[in-house]
Design a protein around this ligand. Sequence first.
Ligand SMILES: NC(=O)c1ccc[n+]([C@@H]2O[C@H](COP(=O)([O-])OP(=O)(O)OC[C@H]3O[C@@H](n4cnc5c(N)ncnc54)[C@H](OP(=O)(O)O)[C@@H]3O)[C@@H](O)[C@H]2O)c1
Length: 262
Amino acid sequence: MSIDTLLSLEGKVAMIGGSTSGIGEAIALRYAEAGAKVILLARNEEKLKNTLSMLPGTGHQYLVTDFKHPELWEQSVVDLLQSIKVDILVNNTGGPAPGPILEADIDEFMEAYKMHLVCNQILTRAVVPGMKELGAGRIINVISTSVRQPIDNLGVSNTTRGAVGNWAKTLASEIGKFNITVNNILPGPIRTPRMDQIINNRAQKTGMTPAEVEDNMASSVPLGRIGEPVEIANAALFLASSASSYISGTNIIVDGGRTRTY
Ligand SMILES: NC(=O)c1ccc[n+]([C@@H]2O[C@H](COP(=O)([O-])OP(=O)(O)OC[C@H]3O[C@@H](n4cnc5c(N)ncnc54)[C@H](OP(=O)(O)O)[C@@H]3O)[C@@H](O)[C@H]2O)c1
């Protein structure tokens, strides 16, 4: 197989959560460039239309989905999948609000579990029957390096990410026999609107300027900089492609070396 064919997604259908901004949007663009037909998921229809208009190629579509209210769109996904089989599912959505764990309300935990764990489960159960018929599938979860090492001031996020990591490992064990791989991408600091929110929150708490917070953050990364969304998208392309055919149940950390564990 040529190198080009190895990374091609020609003829594949990819459903991508949170794909109108940051990491999810970069993955949608990368997959469309690689030849996939993309189904975008997010809440805001204007942003969905805007991202759709940026995708190279044809046959892409979107579904308005608020992960805080899966009961509003679960049936639409099932209906869509009557006529389309998804080869690649990327579970991704907005991150939980920052803050110390002791200050978190119960509702914040419930919401984060719903958006990350419950919606992953709903989408996975919807696409796996089609993947079984296809004889192959890829499930890629965008989580966080906090799966390996909790991050200060991200109490609800740290907790939820650990649950998603174990959910993914369990799933990988169950569905490997159908030639469906399940892997996680653990991003470090990546320059997206979500990152701006974290930087501004930290600046308010510490009295530093946002630029100082960003410099501090970059200095904790061995590569000395904050990453770009396309650097996550490249890992997601690898995991979606034939190049990763024997990789399942694992984490790929894309953080410039920041995590101090293996
Ligand atoms: N950026 C980083 O440095 C970093 C590091 C580690 C982990 N992560 C994690 O990676 C994921 C993506 O982060 P990002 O930085 O790309 O975030 P982002 O730029 O804020 O993008 C979030 C995306 O999710 C969608 N979204 C938000 N809330 C949603 C909801 N309730 N239902 C459905 N869609 C929703 C947004 O679109 P709508 O608002 O239109 O719905 C948008 O498309 C998050 O879980 C984040 O915590 C990010």
